[in-house]
Design a protein around this ligand. Structure first.
Ligand SMILES: O=P(O)(O)OC[C@H]1O[C@H](OP(=O)(O)O)[C@H](O)[C@@H]1O
Length: 333
C-alpha cells in the first residue's frame, strides 16, 4: 500500500501557526483555513492526480487543520463551506469549485464583519466607555463603526492573561483614536463602574445561547450583571456551533502550562498542578445581546438563526465519506 503524499506547505504551516497561536482569533483562523484549503487545491491539481486522490487529499488537509484547536467553531465552519462545495467529475472542476468556495467564504467574512460592526455601533452612544476582554476583530469592528459615525468612545482593556491579547486590543484601539486604559484582569470589577458596556467576541455560540469565549469572560459577565453593565457579544454567524443543535457540547481547549508559568519558576515552587483552559462558557442569562451580521439577538433566540443557517445538523466534509459522525463531544466548562 502506498503512503499518502505530504500535504502542501500552505496547510502544514497554517496548521502549525494556528496551533501555536501565531494565527489566532476565530475569524482570522477561519480565513487562514480557507486560504490553506485553496492552496492545497492548487497544489494537488498538478495534472497527475485522479479525482479520487484529489478528494482524499482535500479531506486529509481538512482533518489536519481541524485537529489544531478544538474550541473555535469558525474553523470547522470554514472547512464545511469550502470542502462542502467541492464538486465535479474531473480534477480541474473539483479544484475550481474549491477555489471559488474559498474566495466566496473570505468575501463573506469581510462583509459579515463590516455589517456586524454597523449593528454593534448602534448600541454605542457618544461618550460611552466599553470594557473589553481578549482581542476580537468582531468586537473591534463595532468600535470602529461607532468612531466612524463620529462617536467618542473610550475603552477599559483587560490584559487577558496568560497571553495578553489585551495588548493587541489596546494597540488597535489607539490606532482608531480611542482613549485606552489598560488594567490587569483582577481589576475588572473595580473599573466596571466606569464602563457603559462589556464588549467581547466569541469563539463559539451554543444553541442555548451560551457564549464560549476567552477564559475569564464568564466571571466578567457575572460581575457586569451585578453592576448593571450590559454585556454585548460581537459574533458573526460563523461562530454559531451547529453540533450543539443535536446536544453535543463544545470542547474547551486546554493549553500548555508553560503559558502560565515558566519551567524555572515552577521548579522553584515545587510539586504543583497547573491548569490552563483557554476558554469558558458564559450562560445566556448573563448576556444581553449577541450582535451578528444578521442583526442583534437575545441569546435565547440565537437557535432560530442557527437552524436557518445549518438545518438540524451539520456535515463534516473533512471526514472520509463513510466515517461515522460521532464525536463533537468533549469536556465543557
Ligand atoms: O473572531 P474574532 O472576533 O477576531 O475573535 C474571537 C475570539 O478569538 C479569541 O481567541 P484566541 O485568542 O484565538 O484564543 C478570543 O477569545 C476572541 O474573543
Amino acid at each position: 500500500m502506498t503512503s499518502d503524499p505530504p500535504l502542501s506547505d500552505a496547510v502544514e504551516s497554517t496548521a502549525e501557526d494556528i496551533a501555536s497561536m501565531e494565527i489566532r482569533g476565530a475569524a482570522t483562523i477561519a480565513r487562514a483555513a480557507a486560504d490553506a484549503i485553496a492552496g492545497q487545491a492548487r497544489e494537488t491539481a498538478d495534472g497527475t492526480t485522479t479525482p479520487d486522490e484529489f478528494d482524499r487529499t482535500m479531506r486529509r488537509a481538512g482533518r489536519r487543520l481541524y485537529d489544531t484547536r478544538p474550541t473555535a467553531v469558525s474553523l470547522p465552519n470554514a472547512l464545511r463551506y469550502t470542502l462542502g462545495r467541492m464538486e465535479g467529475d474531473d480534477v480541474d472542476t473539483l479544484r475550481d469549485s474549491v477555489l471559488a468556495a474559498a474566495t466566496a467564504f473570505t468575501d463573506r467574512l469581510d462583509r459579515a464583519q463590516n455589517d456586524l460592526g454597523r449593528v454593534g455601533a448602534n448600541r454605542l452612544r457618544d461618550g460611552d466607555t466599553v470594557m473589553t476582554h481578549c482581542h476580537s476583530t468582531d468586537a473591534l469592528s463595532c468600535v470602529e463603526h461607532a468612531v466612524d459615525q463620529g462617536k467618542d468612545v473610550s475603552a477599559i482593556v483587560k490584559e487577558t492573561r496568560p497571553r495578553n491579547q489585551g495588548h493587541i486590543t489596546a494597540t488597535q484601539l489607539r490606532e482608531l483614536g480611542v482613549d485606552v486604559t489598560l488594567v490587569v484582569d483582577s481589576a475588572a470589577r473595580r473599573y466596571l463602574d466606569d464602563a457603559d458596556h462589556v464588549l467581547v467576541g466569541a469563539d463559539s455560540i451554543a444553541a442555548d445561547g451560551g457564549v464560549v469565549n476567552k477564559i475569564g469572560t464568564s466571571g466578567l459577565a457575572v460581575n457586569a450583571r451585578e453592576r448593571g453593565v450590559p454585556i454585548m457579544v460581537a459574533a458573526q454567524t460563523i461562530k454559531l456551533h451547529p453540533d450543539t443543535l443535536t446536544g453535543h457540547t463544545v470542547e474547551i481547549e486546554m493549553r500548555d502550562e508553560t503559558e502560565v508559568i515558566d519551567e524555572d519558576d515552577r521548579a522553584d515552587i515545587g510539586d504543583i498542578t497547573v491548569e490552563n483552559p483557554a476558554f469558558d462558557v458564559t450562560p445566556p442569562r448573563y448576556v444581553d445581546a449577541i450582535v451578528t451580521e444578521s442583526g442583534q439577538f437575545p441569546p435565547e433566540s440565537i437557535v432560530t438563526l442557527m437552524r436557518e443557517l445549518f438545518g438540524e445538523s451539520a456535515d463534516r466534509p473533512w471526514e472520509e465519506p463513510d466515517a461515522t459522525t460521532a464525536d463533537a463531544t468533549g469536556p465543557t466548562a
